[in-house]
Design a protein around this ligand. Structure first.
Ligand SMILES: [Zn+2]
Ligand SMILES: [Zn+2]
Length: 118
């Protein structure tokens, strides 16, 4: 299993215990929208939701990020699925903190991460 899948499944397992409706969430790795944005210079753009129902799109480049970033990105995106399409970036992070006590932080490249992931 790829690192991308491992971190997706770890995040989904945590989220689904509290939000059973998200247990069937899927990962889509070859999203052309993200690829286009990255090729256009938006190099902190790795993932999004809202493209397909209950699906997190992730760019293949995400595979090479440190584990802390990978888990933080996935939890942030699950936060979006938890709060729905009207939720802001801050709403997504707050939902994760309120549900799981996990604070989503941003590194020097403005990419999400969490502490305590090996
Ligand atoms: Zn997409
Ligand atoms: Zn977001």
């Amino acid at each position: 299993m790829s690192r991308l899948n491992q971190h997706f499944e770890a995040a989904r397992g945590l989220v689904a215990a509290r939000y059973p409706g998200l247990a069937g969430s899927r990962l889509f790795v070859t999203c052309p929208q993200i690829d286009k944005a990255r090729k256009g210079g938006n190099l902190r753009y790795f993932m999004h939701v809202g493209h397909f129902p209950q699906t997190i799109c992730a760019h293949a480049d995400t595979e090479h990020l440190p584990s802390q970033n990978l888990r933080g990105l996935f939890l942030h995106e699950f936060g979006h699925l938890m709060v729905g399409p009207k939720g802001t970036e801050a709403d997504a992070n707050m939902a994760v903190f309120e549900a799981f006590g996990i604070r989503i932080l941003y590194d020097k490249n403005a990419v999400q991460y969490i502490e305590g992931v090996s």
